[in-house]
Design a binder for this molecule. Sequence first.
Ligand code: GLC
Length: 422
Amino acid sequence: MSAAAAAVPLSHTVTAAGGDADREQRMKWWHEARFGMFIHWGLYSTLGRHEWAMENEGIPLAEYEQLAKRFKPKPNAARDWARLAKQAGQKYMVMTTKHHEGFCHFDSKLTNYTAPKQGPGRDLVKEYVDAARAEGMRVGFYYSLMDWHHPDGARCATDEAARRRFVAYIHGQIRELLTNYGKIDILWYDVAWPLDAKGWESEKMNAMVFQLQPEIIVNNRNQLEGDFATPEQRISADKRAWESCMTMNDSWGYQKADDDWKTPKTIVRNLVTCARDTGNYLLNIGPEADGSIPDESVRILSWVGRWMDRNGVSIYQSETTQPRRSAFASFTRKGNTLYMHVYFWPGQTVALGGLTNRVKSAKLLATGQDVKFEQEKFRVRFTGLPEKAPDDPVTTIAIECDGEPRQDMDWVRKEHPRVTTL
Ligand code: GLC
């Protein structure tokens, strides 16, 4: 363990973001990774009507609990998820160990409402952890604080004895999760209703987490800032570390009627936007009750994965970039190389205005081929390109510059000679 990691108990009680050398070190791999897989899987997957079905449909607890007996996933379904994640170019996974419904995929001494004690008859978190590790994925646990099943889950807001029992239960389960499965890389809290940080004893919660897992990173959904922000279903850059989580259709949990799938182009553009603004993209799959991944998710992620095979260099470890967008392209940067991600391909020539650096070389990431270019004062034109986009769904041109790439559109607008020939 490094000196910084050994200093953990002190620094981890600091919940404000930034400026923390220990935090920087813990988060290094995560910043480089850029792309992860979110997995929403639970009893709701047997219904196939979204993970909020229990509450949205007002399903009585006793009726909902029957699903726990019916839930019999195929063995090691998580292996397919981990393989797909790897193929897609994702570097980490975050699985729901317990969603709002309260059912635990892990072995818990604190409740019988668990996978080992109900239908599955085995520990699904263990299967997931083993599968993720086998593919070299970093391992994340999603854990919902809100609990629709626990008897004290709502009354804890108004009854102090209930709050104590419930908080002991939640802290106890987090302890189990972070004790029984080896090294865990991310703890992803969700929905803190109905308590605040004081009620949840969130400072104590995080202190325990870092004591058990000194190198872990935690999100901000236990009412503390944690290590990173979690914009949901939108991409919004933050001054601090951030991860945008998003569904591929409109549901997190399996929803058999939801056919509102994003195209691979939209997914790649979103990933590029996250990488451009140095955030992460946590993209969700909602496996069916048996654990199989919906066909459309497999199709989209495989497509994205083929793109990442050719273009991953422009995504991983991306740095802040000043050239950000044009009407048909977006940008990422690493060192002096600007990656121009063209999503609406204009044909044989692709032009870029206002670049203030000299271009040294350019190539297509799709093929590795050099691209010819002509640089004038206000524009660079990449020429001799195919009429049809050489990559699908987005073509990336790697543009090596003589310094950190800068673009000045003001200069173009103001200084561009207005000498008319008409
Ligand atoms: C929300 C939803 C939930 C989903 C989560 C993912 O909090 O309640 O269903 O798990 O967002 O970010």
